[in-house]
Ligand binder design. Structure first.
Ligand code: SF4
Ligand code: SF4
Length: 432
């Protein structure tokens, strides 16, 4: 077993960019190129940039371990071109075989397929994965965790929006959102919260829920901000307004996966709502290839409709009927470069311009009294608890193991404490 695979498995490393795919499985692939995702295309998140600024050496160690494991002869790090000083520094300091490549400031430049095409010119097939074109793609925080060679017990999070200061810091996995917001000095009264980025994140009303290994940040907004209302629409309301779709096709024209040649047509899913079930199924097919970036709803649609939600529903309905994605070669559209969505325009459309402010990395003391450690913070099977109620645990101790033969990841406690509850969903630790 290559070192990187063992280190990733032993320490519970998963994709930190959002999906939570177990890294020890991803690193079993073969590829000639390792692509590092530091694009951070979601507005108002800064953790990837801060990791490269403040933890470059352990990140490089992790990237080298990963490249060795998959057999890659080169490592390409995608960083937005606007980070001029960071790119210059990385050009000076990265070792041979590692190269920083500037990316345009567009959304969603961090989509794995878009990133692979932008950095290598190789188009991942529809319903394919990057190793199909000789690439393994990892998030910068994932590789940092690999390079640190210790149990993953902390998560880099950015707290931004209507806050006194935008900061990125490390929070213990299992701490509540309330703990994190308090530590950041964020206001709570009269506010709404989006966990993750403004595009792909979700509105959260339960601040007792825990930070996981895939949480990228919390966006704080006044509770009457239009983004909160748009993201919290009921399914009934999404369907009701869908009938006013005039089939202008702007959602499909700007869809990044359609531009990549994956034949994703949200305007067809919209009209499917008016068709009989059989006809609807035919019109919804392309939803299987949607990456759920939400650009069609939050930027493209001039009528303020919700093609993204219709695509997500269509995808679920198709899967329930047993319809599977069909793999096919992709040919990016001639308009690929010209129809990219500039982040600055997106920020304006989202009403987030007032919250673009200086940001920094900080060592912040998050002091939870209780940790909720979900046993499923990753793709695959939930971890199996290996502790009992009343047991004393030490920081870094294993509390959840990968079930025999399953795809999964290990879970550790970040702090000393006593196990207060062992459930099917989570292990709860009262901090000592
Ligand atoms: S952009 Fe809006 S109005 Fe135009 S086709 Fe798409 S959903 Fe319909
Ligand atoms: S969410 Fe909309 S824009 Fe994004 S991939 Fe899906 S259909 Fe395309």
């Amino acid at each position: 077993m290559p070192d990187a695979v063992r280190i990733a498995r032993d320490n519970g490393v998963v994709g930190a960019g959002g999906a939570g795919f177990p890294t020890h499985v991803k690193l079993r692939a073969e590829a000639d190129t390792l692509v590092v995702n530091a694009a951070e295309c979601e507005p108002l998140l800064y953790k990837d940039q801060e990791i490269l600024e403040n933890f470059l050496d352990p990140f490089v160690e992790g990237a080298q371990l990963a490249a060795q494991a998959v057999g890659a002869s080169r490592v390409l790090v995608g960083v937005k071109e606007k980070h001029v000083r960071l790119i210059e520094r990385m050009r000076d300091e990265l070792p041979d075989g590692m190269e920083v490549r500037p990316l345009r400031d567009t959304y969603p430049s961090g989509d794995e397929f878009i990133l692979v095409y932008d950095l290598t010119g190789r188009a991942v097939p529809r319903a394919g994965i990057p190793p199909d074109v000789g690439v393994v793609c990892c998030n910068v925080e994932t590789l940092l965790n690999l390079g640190l060679e210790k149990p993953v017990t902390e998560k880099f999070v950015t707290v931004s929006g209507a806050v006194p200061e935008t900061i990125t810091f490390r929070a213990p996995v299992g701490a509540s959102y309330r703990d994190v917001l308090r530590a950041a000095g964020a206001p709570l009264d009269g506010m709404g919260f989006v966990v993750g980025g403004p595009m792909m994140g979700s509105v959260e009303t339960d601040l007792e829920r825990p930070v996981t290994k895939t949480c990228a940040g919390i966006l704080v907004l006044p509770e009457d901000h239009s983004l909160l209302a748009r993201k919290a629409r009921s399914t009934q309301s999404v369907h009701k307004i869908a009938y006013s779709c005039d089939q202008c096709m702007r959602c499909s024209d700007l869809c990044p996966r359609d531009l990549l040649g994956h034949d994703v047509k949200p305007h067809k899913a919209m009209i499917s709502l008016t068709l009989s079930p059989d006809a609807a199924q035919a019109w919804q097919q392309s939803a299987l290839y949607c990456c759920e970036c939400a650009l069609c709803t939050l930027y493209a649609c001039p009528e303020d409709l919700d093609p993204f939600r219709v695509m997500v529903e269509s995808k679920r309905a198709l899967r329930e009927r047993g319809v599977r994605p069909l793999k096919a070669d992709a040919e990016p559209a001639p308009m690929y470069s010209y129809r990219r969505t500039p982040t600055a325009l997106l920020v304006r459309r989202l009403g987030l311009e007032p919250y673009l402010s200086p940001h920094r990395y900080a060592e912040v003391a998050v002091a939870p009294r209780r940790l909720t450690l979900p046993l499923s913070q990753h793709l695959g099977a939930p971890a199996a608890a290996v502790v009992e109620k009343g047991q004393r645990v030490r920081a870094g101790q294993l509390v959840g193991e990968i079930p025999e033969g399953a795809l999964g990841s290990r879970i550790f406690t970040p702090l000393d404490g006593t196990v207060a509850r062992v459930g099917r969903d989570a292990v709860v630790v009262e901090v000592a």
